[in-house]
Design a protein around this ligand. Structure first.
Ligand code: XUL
Ligand code: CO
Length: 439
């Protein structure tokens, strides 16, 4: 079997002092944290599209990275070489899952019947590799934003025929996801949104998106899909207004259409910041609604207003994100590196440096989040902050949802004026976090 990354050895844990670039400094798969090994806390996944397909092409220039893997792009031989290279990549890093869009796997043909035949062929091949290696599928999805037919959206398209093509792609991507035993199926509403109200019936479009999702659930369950469907919120890019703006908006949409039992959310760090939220905020909103499913593990740039999909390196964020995830009871999905190398980091070795960075960043986040939980000061402070509700009979009635407005008003009257609420102590708490992060 041809080796694609012959300059890169299997990546092993060597400790924080290791100067060997091809080692993990923090990700130690067997290390037990909060009662279970890191590998179980952190089901990492390789994103097929960025890692095996994207070559650094941007609006201003051609690709810089060679992702041909010795074959001619656009052929099935190339599609198979990507499978081989991808499995070697995951094996060397100890990554146990992958995520894919239909058209990441095979070149799209002019006729959908031929594309589907190619998908059958490649998924047979992927399945044989999965059996050999034990690597699994985290989630699958259909790319309903790249082909020009989706210029006005997929479920939100003004064209009924385009809507049917979206349905066909979802059906096939679900077939492949089930065939590969995927844990989840993602809807990222790439072009589900609009540019101008002058030509758009928002209510009509949103009803059609929900209808497509309902049909997807019915079909998925009928072919034995037991996993979660996920919506991946994003506020903008490519559309000016995207319907799944953020976690709260997506949850509202799913609940309004009775989809919240089958769907959870796939929260992406860079999408959160584009929506003007922290990653932790989005995780909290999903978690407190029982809808935290999976994570697209990347990072944006504080100075840029677009989706830069960088590999995560900010340990403060990974710590606070991990804190949210653990407290929400973990993920039903995993940590998909929806991230790409910077354009000038174009060698095959850079692909490994990127994943080592990302995996170590999350491992550190896990270690530090566990320390914050074990330390307990944060948790205790937050509980104490709301303690006044439990300190009177009337407060307890509010908690039991049996109070009436008049009773509360009478208490206010009897007090004349309330004492000021207790201090938020934000700066003290921030210094506690720093003391745990940097000890
Ligand atoms: C785009 C994005 C997608 C989804 C899957 O911003 O995040 O790659 O994760 O379609
Ligand atoms: Co994503």
């Amino acid at each position: 079997m041809k080796e694609y990354f012959e300059n890169v050895p299997e990546i092993r844990y060597a400790g924080a002092d290791s100067k060997d670039p091809f080692t993990f400094r923090f990700y130690d798969a067997d290390r037990v944290v909060l009662g279970k090994p890191m590998r179980e806390h952190l089901p990492f996944a390789m994103a097929w599209w960025h890692n095996l397909c994207a070559n650094g092409t941007d609006m201003f220039g051609r690709g810089t990275a060679d992702k041909s893997f010795g074959e001619v792009p656009g052929t099935m031989a190339h599609a198979k070489a990507k499978v081989d290279a991808g499995f070697e990549f995951m094996r060397k890093l100890g990554i146990r899952y992958f995520c894919f869009h239909d058209v990441d796997l095979v070149p799209e043909a002019d006729d959908i019947k031929e594309t589907n035949r190619r998908l059958d062929e490649i998924s047979d091949y992927i399945l044989s590799k999965m059996k050999d290696t034990g690597i699994k599928c985290l989630w699958g999805t259909a790319n309903m934003f790249g082909n020009p037919r989706y210029m006005n959206g997929a479920g939100s398209s003004n064209s009924f025929d385009v809507y049917c093509f979206a349905a066909a792609q979802i059906k096939k991507a679900l077939d492949i996801t089930v065939k590969l035993g995927g844990r989840g199926y993602v809807f990222w509403g790439g072009r589900e949104g609009y540019e101008t109200l002058l030509n758009t019936d928002v209510a009509f479009e949103q009803e059609n998106i929900a209808c497509l999702m309902k049909m997807a659930v019915e079909y998925g369950r009928s072919i034995g899909f037991k996993g979660d469907f996920y919506v991946e919120p994003k506020p903008k890019e490519p559309m000016k207004h995207q319907y799944d703006f953020d976690a709260a908006t997506a949850i509202g949409f799913l609940k309004a259409h009775g989809l919240d039992k089958d769907f959870k959310l796939n929260i992406e760090a860079n999408h959160a910041t584009l929506a003007g939220h922290t990653f932790e905020h989005e995780l909290r909103i999903a978690g407190m609604n029982g809808m935290l499913g999976s994570v697209d593990a990347n990072q944006g740039d504080m100075f840029l207003g677009w989706d830069t999909d960088e590999f995560p390196y900010d340990v403060y964020t990974s710590t606070m994100a991990m804190y949210e995830i653990i407290r929400a009871g973990g993920l039903t999905g995993g940590f998909n590196f929806d991230a790409k190398n910077r354009r000038p980091s174009y060698t095959h070795e850079d692909m490994f440096h990127a994943y080592i960075l990302g995996m170590d960043t999350w491992a550190l986040g896990l270690i530090k989040a566990a320390e914050i939980i074990e330390d307990g000061r944060l948790d205790k402070f937050v509980k104490q902050r709301y303690a006044s509700y439990g300190q009177s009979e009337l407060g307890r009635k509010v908690l039991a949802k049996t109070a009436i407005l008049k009773e509360l008003a009478a208490r206010a009257d009897s007090l004349g004026a309330p004492e000021l609420p207790s201090s938020g102590r934000q700066e003290y708490l921030q210094s506690v976090i720093n003391s745990i992060l940097f000890r």
